[in-house]
Ligand binder design. Sequence first.
Ligand SMILES: C[S@@+](CC[C@H](N)C(=O)[O-])C[C@H]1O[C@@H](n2cnc3c(N)ncnc32)[C@H](O)[C@@H]1O
Length: 251
Amino acid sequence: MGNQSEVRKNFGQRASNYRLSNTHGNPIDLERMVNLLKPQSDAIALDVATGGGHTAIALASCVNKVVAIDITPEMLAEAEVASKQSDINNIVVQIEDVHNLNFPDGQFDIVASRFAAHHFFDVKKAVREMCRVLKPGGKLYILDCSVFNGDETEKEINRIELLRDSSHQCSYSPRQWNHILNKLPLTIQYTSLLKEQYKLPQWFDRMGTSPKNQQEIFRILNNLSEDSKVLYHFGDDYITTYRYEILAIKV
Ligand SMILES: C[S@@+](CC[C@H](N)C(=O)[O-])C[C@H]1O[C@@H](n2cnc3c(N)ncnc32)[C@H](O)[C@@H]1O
């Protein structure tokens, strides 16, 4: 049993929040992705879990065509609005579940996915599918919420994420990502753990986190060990978070 209906419910109700989100549309992040991928102008790219379309739009201006997939129809509608607003007409949107992609093997030059893997109920299967549809020599780019390596952070920070968003599955630490990826025909070219801050209340508002769950999140943060508190400092208007960025080449 997957979490697809929870994902569709949570994102379907708040789709426009994601199109308008400064976090997802951060131009520095998007430029860094494009610089890492160095897309060729004739490339065909797949944006997995496109959400409000930020990744697809950033890639579309550099490549021949982007196929943008998502499991939530309302999100694809937002991605279409965003691409029209940006005057982009080489993005095709399609409803797909990353766990069973309806594409032949070796179809894409680039497969990119941002801020989504933590929702995939079977991340190994999802990444295997992303790898399958890549051409040999093609590039896989993943950026996602992550946690510091360690039993406490891997458990407690994921409890916080789940309290905020009931469709959350897991934010993987670098060591967990390594374990997921090293089973696949991929050469890892680059990884980076990036420290960020979530602005409050926007982070809660985007998912409609209840006041009770917000309180529980602060209780967990207050009860972290001293070492973890240094890594995850917080205030009334921010929480520290980490992201993991990966570039890999299909062998
Ligand atoms: C935070 S949004 C993605 C943001 C977007 N990639 C960007 O760069 O701004 C997460 C998206 O993952 C999608 N999603 C979650 N599980 C999925 C699945 N199994 N298959 C496809 N899309 C999925 C959700 O519908 C949602 O639109």
